[in-house]
Design a protein around this ligand. Structure first.
Ligand SMILES: Nc1ncnc2c1ncn2[C@@H]1O[C@H](COP(=O)(O)OP(=O)(O)OP(=O)(O)O)[C@@H](O)[C@H]1O
Ligand SMILES: [Mg+2]
Length: 260
């Protein structure tokens, strides 16, 4: 099996749908018989709990991998309720990693090294915290591409320049191959004029870099993590599941173009 594609879901703004996208895009890819590893790189551990895994009493987590150098394959948690998907969990203890990493050799490349040689997966998805600290930098250094969720709200584009600047710095130094997978608009509410204005503005500024698929705001999407389920299982025929399947389709199209 060739090396997996590594995609990080990034935006230092909080609450824009990073974790929701990592979980549901991952599940939509897994539905298509792709092997997906979701790595929770956020001390909030929302991807971990949202997939029904309690971060208490875990024998090991991503902390042990990036700080202590434990092999990634030893800390994976199979998700028996989501065929094809596997998790590397996080815990609040990861919060300390930002400081600890600063003292360690190869502090920006530790996740990349941990992913080296991993061959059992088609996609590795990295969920990041809402910051541009060393954990996020490790994700950018480890990734082939970055997906940026933008919430359909007034301040959506604020901070985007800083994120793309960080991407440029990483490209100049540790990961010249880092691409933009695309911008995905999230939490779209068709009843508000503002939502449509944000979509229009992002399309005007970013054109093809924005995915055609827009993720709608849906109560079902926000409920799914409390059941430990992706939307593709919690409400398989609803708008949220349809949107995340369409996003997976678009991503696969774009990635196959890159490979060609
Ligand atoms: N399409 C959606 N419809 C309704 N609610 C959503 C949708 N996407 C995300 N949410 C809700 O919005 C909140 C923020 O989403 P999420 O946790 O995915 O964002 P995040 O960017 O990962 O946040 P953080 O920066 O804190 O990690 C959550 O309560 C989530 O359930
Ligand atoms: Mg999150």
């Amino acid at each position: 099996m060739p090396r997996p594609r590594v995609l990080t879901v990034c935006n230092q703004k909080g609450g824009v749908g990073k974790t929701t996208t990592a979980i549901n895009l991952g599940a939509a890819l897994a539905e298509r018989d792709l092997k997906v590893l979701l790595v929770d790189c956020d001390p909030q551990a929302n991807a971990t709990s949202g997939l029904g895994i309690s971060s208490k009493n875990l024998p090991a987590s991503i902390y042990d991998v990036v700080v202590l150098g434990q092999p990634l394959a030893e800390v994976t948690v199979p998700l028996n309720h989501i065929p094809g998907m596997t998790l590397v969990p996080s815990t609040v203890g990861l919060a300390g990693a930002e400081l600890e990493l600063a003292e360690l050799p190869l502090r920006e490349s530790r996740l990349r090294l941990a992913l080296d040689g991993l061959a059992d997966y088609d996609y590795v998805l990295l969920d990041t915290p809402p910051s541009l600290g060393l954990l996020t930098v490790n994700c950018l250094v480890a990734a082939d591409s970055m997906m940026i969720p933008l919430q359909c709200e007034y301040y959506a584009l604020e901070g985007l320049a800083l994120l793309t600047h960080t991407q440029a710095l990483v490209r100049q130094s540790l990961n010249p191959a880092l691409r933009l997978a695309g911008i995905v608009l999230t939490l779209f509410d068709p009843r508000t004029v503002l939502s449509s204005q944000v979509v229009a503005e992002v399309r005007r500024q970013f054109g093809e870099q924005a995915f055609s698929t827009v993720i709608p705001r849906s109560v079902r999407v926000s409920e799914a993590p409390s059941h430990g389920l992706p939307i593709t299982q919690y409400d398989p025929t609803g708008r949220g599941a349809i949107a995340y399947r369409a996003l997976a389709e678009e991503l696969l199209m774009r990635d196959s173009l890159v490979a060609a």
